[in-house]
Design a protein around this ligand. Structure first.
Ligand SMILES: Nc1ncnc2c1ncn2[C@@H]1O[C@H](COP(=O)(O)OP(=O)(O)O)[C@@H](O)[C@H]1O
Ligand SMILES: [Mg+2]
Length: 257
């Protein structure tokens, strides 16, 4: 059994008087792919902001690899994030965009070059290495954004609805590529989405959230077959089309998990 990489203990978060996360606790194992799934406004992005450290909880603790990081500066957490609105540098090519974050680190040019090329290989952009962002498709641009985060070697990588701006067919392709990247690198990923299909195709476990609280945190198989309340049934199960092959496969794949 893999070790616990992340442990969230009784987190509550208020914006002003408004409680947006209410006593949230969960664990993530090393190498797991977790989705946070829930309707708009339920608190998904807030959880990611607390994990990378740009927000502080009002109460509760966060541990990474057994060490408390609740008050640690974002830079020291080694947790990466990919947003929906990734902003690549328009005047830099693929290679330069990915190498940029490493330039400020004490690292030889040879090492930077090796790391960047390795990651370009992982995200399958070798043919596009000298292209500027405007000459790439939306899916390719998003892969550059993922590579930029991966090259820093984070312990955990977070995604905030990274595909919501893309067309449906590109989404499915990028989804498979993301799954491949995760298999190659065995890196822990936490993926925020409001798209049931996406969560069910990608995840080892899914956390269903509603109204600041966790409704159920479970495998795709268990969520589908044993929804623990009416919300999960209505928001998740009733929205799944098992005819989508990747979903059916992933549900059955994780049956024994
Ligand atoms: N900086 C902020 N100040 C005040 N309220 C906020 C702020 N950020 C988010 N909220 C509110 O907190 C709730 C949860 O937001 P968020 O975590 O962004 O939800 P989600 O990502 O699930 O859509 C929402 O009601 C949102 O309006
Ligand atoms: Mg959000």
């Amino acid at each position: 059994m893999a070790d616990t990489i992340l442990k969230i203990e009784n987190i509550s978060k208020k914006y002003g008087k408004r409680l947006v996360l209410e006593d949230i606790s969960f664990e993530v194992k090393e190498g797991e792919f977790i989705s946070l799934l829930g309707p708009s406004g339920c608190g998904k992005t807030t959880i990611l902001r607390l994990l990378i450290g740009i927000e502080k909880p009002n109460s509760g603790r966060i541990y990474k690899l057994g060490e408390e990081i609740t008050d640690l500066a974002p830079k020291k957490r080694n947790i990466g994030i990919v947003f929906q609105n990734y902003s690549l540098f328009p005047n830099m090519n693929v290679y330069q965009n990915i190498a940029y974050a490493l330039k400020s680190r004490k690292m030889s040019n040879e090492e930077i070059d090796k790391r960047v090329n390795d990651i370009i290989d992982v995200v399958d952009l070798s043919e596009h290495i000298y292209k500027k962002p405007r000459n790439l498709s939306g899916g390719q641009q998003q892969r550059v954004a993922i590579a930029r985060t991966l090259v820093l070697n984070p312990d955990i990588i977070l995604f905030d609805e990274p595909m919501s701006a893309l067309d449906a067919d590109i989404k499915v392709v990028l989804r498979n590529q993301l799954k491949d990247i995760q298999k190659k690198l065995n890196i822990t990923m936490i993926y925020v989405t409001h798209d049931q299909e996406e969560a069910f195709a990608l995840s080892d476990r899914i956390m269903v959230l509603n109204d600041s609280k966790i409704m159920q945190y479970d495998t795709p198989y268990n969520l589908y077959h044993n929804p623990s309340n009416e919300f999960v049934k209505k928001f998740v199960v009733n929205h799944l089309d098992l005819k989508v092959k990747s979903i059916e496969d992933n549900i059955n794949d994780k049956k024994g998990a």
